[in-house]
Ligand binder design. Structure first.
Ligand SMILES: Cc1cc2nc3c(=O)[nH]c(=O)nc-3n(C[C@H](O)[C@H](O)[C@H](O)COP(=O)(O)OP(=O)(O)OC[C@H]3O[C@@H](n4cnc5c(N)ncnc54)[C@H](O)[C@@H]3O)c2cc1C
Length: 253
């Protein structure tokens, strides 16, 4: 009895036949043979030495907005739910923020704009988690995540070793990165460091948002000088149908 209690204390909580309905944006009624939510790197390291992990197959799940389940997943679904935001460095013009992979992307964007930090306001309302943002190098309205990502921290899923990918090593391209290529299924992103501007000049190259901005805030021009929060709320105002139809990768599990 004692041994069992101790084992379950140190091992991550692996559930069997876990429903995924509330863990994917399409609310598909799928289930996972095994499911584990990991709240720390330590949890992830313990998980990768578990029999359920070693048996395979595995799926890393963020917020499930770019995954379409067509059936139950027969292996282990891993949800890296590592939370936290920390300013790790700053100078007069920039701030570097390390954000846990499990943070909601849009909550993070909203938070940055309330502090007037600029760089990712164009990526407002994109569904998903921070940990997924480098995977397909999310982008919208003329801005890609790669422009703000300084580095990505991950762990190697076979060894548990900590990996650091500087921006140039991420192989960012349009909706693509090495995390969809040579590192696919080989690492789990644990946190991302973003470099944002303290006195931002916004990217207002997307004509329709710029026009809406001028209309909302009675500007003749210079909408690139408004605050990131105002730009964000302009994007929210629009809520274009096109925005909603941009699901790019459908995965059949
Ligand atoms: C309505 C709607 C609008 C969208 N608009 C846009 C848009 O404007 N621009 C855009 O770029 N995308 C857009 N997308 C796509 C989606 O928002 C992004 O792909 C987002 O990054 C997915 O995040 P997620 O956490 O839901 O990832 P999931 O769907 O859970 O996973 C996506 C992929 O990333 C992998 N993954 C997830 N977390 C990790 C991790 N921590 N480590 C390693 N791998 C991981 C998964 O295995 C999977 O391969 C949209 C999607 C929807 C449904």
């Amino acid at each position: 009895m004692f041994i069992f209690g101790w084992y379950s204390f140190i091992m991550p909580d692996i559930r069997q036949n876990h429903p995924l309905r509330d863990l994917n944006t399409f609310h598909v009624e799928a289930g996972a043979r095994y499911f584990c939510e990991c709240r720390s790197i330590k949890d992830l390291r313990e998980l990768i030495s578990s029999p359920e992990f070693l048996k395979g197959p595995r799926l890393i799940l963020g917020e499930g907005s770019n995954i379409l389940f067509s059936d139950d997943f027969k292996g282990l679904v891993i949800r890296p739910h590592i939370l936290g935001r920390e300013i790790i460095d700053e100078d007069r013009s920039t701030v570097k923020i390390q954000v846990g992979a499990g943070e909601n992307w849009d909550d993070f964007v909203a938070w940055t704009t309330t502090w007037d930090f600029g760089g990712i306001e164009n990526l407002s309302l994109i569904p998903g988690s921070v940990g997924s943002s480098p995977i397909q190098n999310i982008g919208a309205y003329g801005v890609e995540a790669e422009q703000a990502i300084e580095r990505v921290f991950a762990i190697d899923i076979l060894t548990g070793q900590k990996l650091t990918f500087e921006n140039e090593a991420c192989g960012f391209r349009y909706r693509d990165s090495i995390f969809k290529g040579s590192w696919k299924h080989k690492c789990i992103v644990t946190s991302v460091v973003f470099r944002l501007a303290k006195k931002p000049v916004l990217n207002t190259g997307y004509q329709q948002v710029a026009d809406q901005c001028r209309y909302n805030y009675f500007l003749r021009a210079r909408c690139h000088l408004i605050s990131p929060a105002r730009y964000r709320s302009t994007i929210a105002d629009r809520n274009w149908p096109a925005y909603v139809s941009q699901t790019s990768e459908l995965k059949h599990c």
